[in-house]
Design a protein. Structure first.
Lengths: 212, 145
């Protein structure tokens, strides 16, 4: 109830004083979908520096990372926002998975512990978002419960969202499947790593920010 | 819904059954009426208690999105504190109403309002038992680890 009142009053104030220049946009999704890769791509394009480290090992991002005042200029429009890159949400953490990537047992256990805390942190940050980009891996099954839970929570909290199907450069990527899984939402296919379709992404980002 | 053990080929299957002496599966079904009046915390607590007892829980109906998020949060807090507990596998099956005609959709909507979302099924299992729940719109496959 308090959350709804807080959100409502924030929106009223924003409407009255036109304060829409410092919205918080969160990057949510399962681990290894490319949230930080996309955040880095945007940051590199517009601020010249990256937000975080990317890796093939899942749960590389284990704390919420921020970038204040990211300014994007696209086709004559300007958007300023606070970027919030969050750890990937999962329902299980097994340190042995990290060992398979060559991480030492002690470090793998530490990584697992930090990853569990990161997931809790991500979920707790949901309430503070004005809009969310849900990043999913276009080469994986989109019907995963984590994707559904994230989207369900955003809808329940009335937070506008944009689905980004990342890694469309991969052979296994299936955009149609992602679009069919989420027919009610706008889905943009990109490759953050290769910089494919970023123009369409920025267009969609402006539309998302308008709803926030 | 299909429950399977991951293996490939007859020989491997034969060996695995001989070797592991499959002890059986403990399923716990929770009718919607049993959780209808519980708070978020109570529902999540009830589910996690069963999961920690190495049971696969089947709930008639589905958890609300906030409950799913809370379940993940509490699960992660437990992974840190309970030895050998690595998390859960979770999936929801819902009837696809989009393909039904208007009358059926209206009936379903009315029933949902009157008795709650009980047409869905939620499956939750400890990840030590359930390796993966593969889901697509038409089927669900529970792979045991």
């Amino acid at each position: 109830m308090l959350r709804i009142i807080k959100k409502f009053s924030k929106r009223i104030l924003a409407t009255l004083f036109g304060r829409k220049d410092n919205i918080k946009i969160g990057f949510y999704g399962p681990p290894n979908a490319g949230k930080t890769s996309l955040a880095n791509k945007i940051c590199k394009d517009w601020t010249g520096e990256e937000i975080g480290v990317v890796s093939k090992i899942p749960h590389e991002t284990r704390h919420v990372q921020f970038k204040e005042k990211v300014e994007i200029k696209h086709k004559g429009k300007v958007l300023m926002f606070k970027m919030v890159d969050t750890p990937g949400i999962a329902t299980k953490i097994d340190y042995e998975e990290f060992i398979k990537f060559g991480v030492k047992k002690k470090d793998a256990k530490k990584r697992a512990k930090e990853a569990t805390q990161g997931i809790i942190e991500s979920i707790q940050w949901l309430d503070d978002m004005d809009a969310v980009i849900v990043v999913i891996d276009a080469s994986e099954n989109p019907y995963s419960q984590v994707n559904i839970t994230i989207i369900g929570n955003l809808v329940a909290r009335k937070i506008p969202l944009l689905i980004v199907a990342n890694k469309i450069d991969l052979k296994k990527a299936n955009m149609k499947k992602v679009e069919n899984a989420f027919p009610e939402y706008e889905v943009v296919g990109i490759s953050a790593k290769e910089g494919i379709n970023m123009d369409d992404f920025y267009e969609a980002l402006f539309r998302l920010a308008k709803k926030a | 819904m299909i429950f399977t053990k991951p293996y490939s080929g007859w020989q491997k299957k034969h060996k695995m059954i001989k070797k592991s002496k499959f002890k059986g599966l403990s399923l716990h079904v929770i009718p919607y009426s049993e959780i209808r009046d519980l708070s978020i915390g109570e529902r999540v607590k009830k589910v996690l208690k069963l999961i920690l007892g190495s049971r696969i829980v089947i709930i008639q109906g589905r958890l609300r999105p906030e409950e799913e998020a809370r379940l993940i949060e509490d699960t992660m807090a437990m992974v840190e504190h309970i030895k050998n507990f690595k998390g859960i596998e979770l999936a929801v099956i819902e009837p696809n109403m989009k393909e039904e005609n208007l009358l059926i959709r209206m009936k379903h909507g009315l029933a949902k309002r009157l008795v709650g979302e009980s047409s869905a099924l939620t499956i939750i299992g400890p990840s030590s038992l359930v390796k993966e729940i593969k889901k697509d719109p038409k089927k669900m496959e529970v792979l045991l680890g």
